[in-house]
Design a protein around this ligand. Sequence first.
Ligand SMILES: N[C@@H](CCC(=O)N[C@@H](CS)C(=O)NCC(=O)O)C(=O)O
Length: 205
Amino acid sequence: MLTLYYSPGACSMAAHIILEESGEAYEAKRVDFSNGEQRTEAYRKINPLGRVPALALDDGTPVAENTAILPYLGKRFGQWPTDPVAEARALSLIGFFAASVHPAHAQARRPERYAADKSAFTAIQDMGRKSYIGYLQQIDGMLAGRDWFLDSYSVLDPYGLVFYSWGLRFHEQPMQDYKNYTAFRDRMLARPAVRRVLDAEKIMT
Ligand SMILES: N[C@@H](CCC(=O)N[C@@H](CS)C(=O)NCC(=O)O)C(=O)O
């Protein structure tokens, strides 16, 4: 059985939705950020970087990073393209989400990761927020005229939903003005498993 290590509302929500939708039995273990559990020795044995998500495979082997976890789950549950060109597009999008969109959010929310000098924090946060808003606009454009990030529903979609929720919750963005992205959010909310995970994690989108 697979075990997901997650924190409510974090980027681990993508894998949580995929697992919930799969119909397969899985365990979701909450990592309590409020007491720094992610930095404990015990958790670092699962993910030395002290981050969620981490996925323990059937034999207990831990895997970290969305860029590995999401394709693995997608292949296991038929939510990953088999055509090489479509797969290249999927990898390109996962790379964009993980290496550009997510770090822009982290710059805005966690400037201490990027500079020891506190006087630099405001500049880092401003740039992170500006970049994040630019990426939201870019994502809105990507979704024009399409239901999902790829040609059919895939693991990219729950990942994309995470960044919508962060725009709303952390970046004070009028997300309803991102018309394509909001229509996508509505399609996601129509999926019962998505609702169940949002309720379980107590996240508003
Ligand atoms: N590159 C990693 C980033 C993971 C990450 O930064 N996770 C955040 C939550 S969204 C986390 O665990 N933060 C805890 C901390 O920074 O202490 C991935 O995509 O899996």
